[in-house]
Design a protein around this ligand. Structure first.
Ligand code: PLP
Length: 223
């Protein structure tokens, strides 16, 4: 299967309200260009250096999303162009994005990453922490960021019921907090679902999926 075929296969079964982010981490520019030539414009990367390199090399109408853990000292390398940061996992990081966005007179869209998996290792706010932040009035002071939604990743498991439960809990929290609406905080995007679980995620209310393997094939993981 080619990248184009894979993309079209996924898109043909996607509800119209769901956006597809093609996760191109570790993939070469040629593979990204194949998806681009098939019409895909949104790509997701999880390494700052790799993203900055690809941004410089590839067409400027690509919408670049950052989806991995972001260190505060590296924010400055992507703030001039990044469209959406899915992985805001601390208030410090949000403040740094705000500061750097201001230097570029931009407002950068951000999602709060919520920890829904059982694994200790996944980054993100707990539900309590996310709720506290959303209700604190802190976000309103950060006028160069806009919180447009939430992101989550399920436990790495074959247990579909476990995954469903995690997605459902996040979706419930998302809906509950949609009544919040301030100048720069309104939850409209729910970014959940990857190659192995995106159908389940959409069923449970996701409207943004992040797909790598099902589009580009297996990654050559870096050591
Ligand atoms: C790699 C990655 C994906 C895509 O994973 P696939 O299983 O290849 O679809 C999605 N989200 C994040 C945060 C990732 O790091």
């Amino acid at each position: 299967m080619s990248v184009t075929n894979n993309l079209n296969h996924i898109l043909s079964a996607l509800p119209p309200n769901v956006r597809l982010i093609a996760v191109s981490k570790t993939q070469p520019a040629e593979a990204i260009m194949e998806a681009y030539n098939a019409g895909q414009r949104c790509f997701g990367e999880n390494r700052v250096q790799e993203l900055a390199t690809k941004y410089a090399l590839l067409p400027k109408d690509i919408e670049w999303h950052f989806i991995g853990h972001l260190q505060t000292n590296k924010v400055k390398y992507i703030t001039s162009f990044v469209r959406l940061i899915h992985s805001i996992d601390s208030v410090e990081l949000l403040k740094e994005v705000n500061k750097r966005a201001a230097q570029h007179t931009r407002v950068i869209d951000c999602l709060l990453q919520v920890h829904i998996a059982q694994e200790e290792t996944k980054y993100g706010f707990s539900f309590d922490e996310a709720e506290t932040l959303l209700q604190s009035g802190e976000i309103e002071k950060l006028t160069n960021v806009s919180i447009t939604g939430l992101m989550g990743m399920a436990t790495l498991t074959d247990d579909k019921e476990q995954i469903r439960k995690e997605f459902r809990t996040l979706s419930g929290f998302f809906k509950q907090n949609q009544k919040l609406s301030t100048a720069n905080c309104r939850l409209t995007t729910l970014s959940v679902g990857m190659t192995g679980d995106y159908k389940l995620a959409i069923h449970e209310g996701s409207n943004m999926i992040r797909i790598g393997t099902a589009i580009f094939g297996n990654r050559q993981e870096k050591l």
